[in-house]
Write a protein that binds this ligand. Structure first.
Ligand code: HEM
Length: 226
């Protein structure tokens, strides 16, 4: 058996790598939200910001391929771990008892799958422009991709507001449990700090979700317009 196979045959190793990849994705989601908040500074700020990466195609594609690889590792390993757990428990529980487990922890596979579907939809919508592209050519006066226009066009429509708000709910639940459980996966325990570790997940989730919701509702309520 190859060394890689031996390494990933251990559930502990798989969990640690999956959690590292997950943390990479959390970093991206925070960075992406903070970048998108530039929409509040107007079209020049956010279109200029988006064009920086586009002007460096090698960097852009390295980041895209890297992100895809990290997402693939996270999804692949967590799915494999979930299947293994199910197989190891060959007889299903007669009754599920969830006295101490939060909704977020019980629904990780479900929220993870829904999140993946939301991301695919989001890429087809705001990156590829296959779903509901803005009417014009999608460029601003300086010939840059009009990210500001895309965002305003998207969230002026209640249908997309509904889909993105649902996406934020799913993202929030997933992040909330994921971030707090990283400490457990890495065996970091401390009586005085356990309380903080438990709060870290909901805190990060709230930060990201509120930032994203601010963009969605600022457009929907007419505070941001073209
Ligand atoms: C209200 C929330 C969000 C807004 C307004 C938003 C906005 C955007 C926009 C405008 C783009 C295209 C940028 C461009 O064309 O240069 C984009 C790309 C992307 N978004 Fe979001 N996004 C949001 C939430 C999310 C979430 C929650 C995730 C992941 C969980 C995500 C993942 C991505 C990815 C992976 C890309 C592709 C980046 C690339 O390859 O260039 N987004 N987003």
């Amino acid at each position: 058996m190859s060394r890689v196979k031996v390494f990933f045959n251990s559930s502990v190793n798989s969990k640690i790598v999956a959690s590292l990849a997950g943390l990479g994705l959390v970093g991206f989601v925070i960075f992406h939200m903070l970048g998108n908040l530039q929409v509040f500074e107007g079209s020049d700020a956010i279109n200029g910001y988006a064009s920086i990466l586009r002007d460096m195609p090698i960097l852009l594609w390295t980041a895209r391929v890297g992100l895809l690889a990290v997402a693939g590792v996270h999804v692949g390993l967590t799915l494999r771990l979930a299947l293994r757990n199910r197989q190891a428990r060959s007889v299903a529980y007669a009754a599920r008892r969830y006295r101490f487990a939060s909704v977020a922890s019980r629904t990780m596979a479900l929220t993870g799958s829904l999140l993946l579907m939301f991301i695919i939809f989001h890429l087809l919508h705001l990156t590829a422009g296959v779903i509901d592209p803005p009417a014009l050519d999608g460029l601003d006066a300086q010939g840059r991709i009009d990210v500001y226009g895309k965002i305003v066009h998207a969230f002026s429509n209640p249908l997309y507001v509904g889909i993105y708000v649902a996406g934020q709910l799913v993202l929030g639940l997933h992040l909330s449990h994921a971030v707090s459980s990283v400490f457990q996966t890495w065996g970091i325990e401390h009586a005085a700090l356990d309380h903080l570790f438990k709060l870290a997940g909901p805190g990060v989730a709230l930060f990201v979700v509120l930032g994203n919701l601010a963009i969605i509702f600022a457009v929907f309520l007419g505070l941001l317009r073209t």
